[in-house]
Design a protein around this ligand. Structure first.
Ligand SMILES: [Zn+2]
Length: 86
């Protein structure tokens, strides 16, 4: 096995694992407020604007997976519309 083939296989396995992880757990802890929903400021605390005070954010990979699912559904719907005789 050449090093390039091994690297390609490793990359595909890692990407497949991340995709499955994003399907199982699409939301992760907010990196700004560490899941608290509040951010410390000089004068007290404020609601976190990154996560709208929820403490969780959608993973970047989950956004890609959701976009792919949406595109697939739109294509299937368009294909079904074409196949129905009028
Ligand atoms: Zn946050």
């Amino acid at each position: 096995m050449t090093p390039a083939l091994a690297a390609t296989i490793a990359l595909v396995v890692i990407l497949a694992g991340y995709t499955l992880f994003c399907l199982v757990s699409p939301f992760g802890m907010c990196p700004r407020c560490h899941g608290t929903g509040r951010r410390r400021r000089l004068l007290g605390e404020r609601p976190c604007t990154w996560c709208s005070s929820t403490g969780s954010r959608m993973r970047p990979g989950a956004r890609l997976v959701a976009a792919g699912i949406r595109m697939h559904r739109a294509a299937r719907t368009a294909q079904e519309r074409r196949e129905v005789p009028r």
